[in-house]
Design a protein around this ligand. Structure first.
Ligand SMILES: C=C(O[C@@H]1C=C(C(=O)O)C=C[C@H]1O)C(=O)O
Length: 237
């Protein structure tokens, strides 16, 4: 749901002769960018070190400055009692963020388990799970303990967190970037219409778009990104 404002312009027919849109979950878009099946993607930032060439295109992405609501560690028990954490197969950035927070901030040793398909019914007892996106907004109704990873990162580092950015795997023309910024802006300037076009009952979308997700990649948010990339390197993630 958080990508909808950024691609609303495309859905409304802007830049159609320049862009073919592919829609998939973040980990798959990341793989397509690595495999050069696409030129530009709104990809998990964790993929950046894996690209031979990368350029962050334009001024927009998916970030937060404090709680994000849709990226959380969900559990039936408090953090101190968790023994295993299931990691969302749809994620590349947040699963690594969870590893950083568990080791450096919460200082908690747990068994980390990768997943391949929907695993939310395995979040039980002392087994917790990192869930992202719309499924996380739904899981908020289910799990009694919710640790928001955007909020934990902010408490840990004092910085915002960037989950995804528009990244190209080749240089793009300069005026593409100017048009592309305007395309992103189009939906952000029309959030009421975006919400109407994409009905969602699990969470107040207007609140999600304005209070939780931060779309502009400001200097401070880019600092948060640089810090995260440093941790990836240091911890070999
Ligand atoms: C905030 C979110 O950020 C997403 C989290 C990602 C990840 O963990 O790899 C990738 C893209 C982002 O859009 C979310 O989808 O809930």
């Amino acid at each position: 749901m958080n990508t909808k404002p950024l691609i609303y312009g495309l859905e409304q027919g802007l830049m159609l002769d320049e862009i073919d849109l592919v829609v998939d979950f973040p980990a798959n878009i990341a793989q397509q960018l690595i495999d050069d099946e696409i030129d530009l993607g709104l990809v998990p930032v964790a993929v950046i070190p894996r690209l031979k060439y990368h350029h962050i295109v334009g001024d927009y992405g998916i970030s937060c400055d404090g709680p994000v609501a849709s990226v959380c560690l969900f559990s039936e028990v408090p953090l101190a009692e968790i023994t295993e954490v299931l990691l969302d197969y749809q994620s590349r950035t947040s699963v690594r963020l969870a590893k950083i927070l568990l080791e450096k901030y919460w200082k908690k040793k747990v068994t980390l388990t990768d997943t391949r398909d929907d695993f939310r019914d395995r979040i039980k007892g002392t087994t917790a799970g990192v869930v992202i996106g719309d499924r996380a907004l739904q899981q908020r109704q289910v799990s009694p303990y919710i640790y928001d990873l955007g909020e934990a990162w902010k408490d840990f580092t004092g910085l915002p967190f960037v989950f995804a950015a528009w990244v190209s795997n080749k240089p793009l023309e300069e005026d593409f970037e100017v048009h592309f910024n305007a395309l992103n802006r189009y939906g952000l300037d029309r959030l009421e219409s975006v919400v109407k076009t994409h009905p969602f009952t699990d969470f107040d979308l207007m609140e999600y778009y304005t209070r939780y997700i931060a779309y502009e990649l400001t200097e401070e948010r880019r600092k948060g990104l640089a810090k995260y990339l440093e941790y990836l390197k240091e911890m070999n993630l």
